[in-house]
Design a protein around this ligand. Structure first.
Ligand SMILES: [Zn+2]
Length: 110
């Protein structure tokens, strides 16, 4: 009798822990990295820019020197594209969905 109670208490604990684990696992939302990131500026300081992918949240950092090298007039007056197409999604620093002189000014602000 006593042994039976002990076993049922143990199995109850195991069941509760198991249910907790399932509930915990259900709360973890895993966003798989997308195939082509589209970066949006997360923060800018004097030396570098931190980006986050708008689709999967992946982070990337570029220095302003790297952005200076990437800058090209072919991007001007166009909206940013995913990074498998070109570097334009790194260059919309003003976040107005168009690459223009405001972005160029931010790259050169140090
Ligand atoms: Zn992504």
């Amino acid at each position: 009798m006593k042994k039976g109670i002990k076993i049922s208490v143990i199995s109850l604990i195991v069941a509760v822990l198991g249910a907790g684990l399932i509930a915990y696992a259900a709360e973890i939302v895993i966003t798989p990295p997308c195939e082509m990131h589209t970066y949006s500026v997360d923060s800018i300081n004097s030396d570098y820019v931190i980006y986050k992918c708008v689709d999967c949240g992946a982070e990337e950092i570029k220095t302003k020197d790297e952005l200076s090298v990437m800058w090209n007039v072919i991007y001007v007056n166009k909206s940013p594209k995913p990074i498998d197409i070109d570097n334009s999604s790194y260059l919309d620093l003003h976040k107005d969905n168009i690459i223009n002189a405001k972005d160029y000014a931010i790259i050169n602000m140090r």
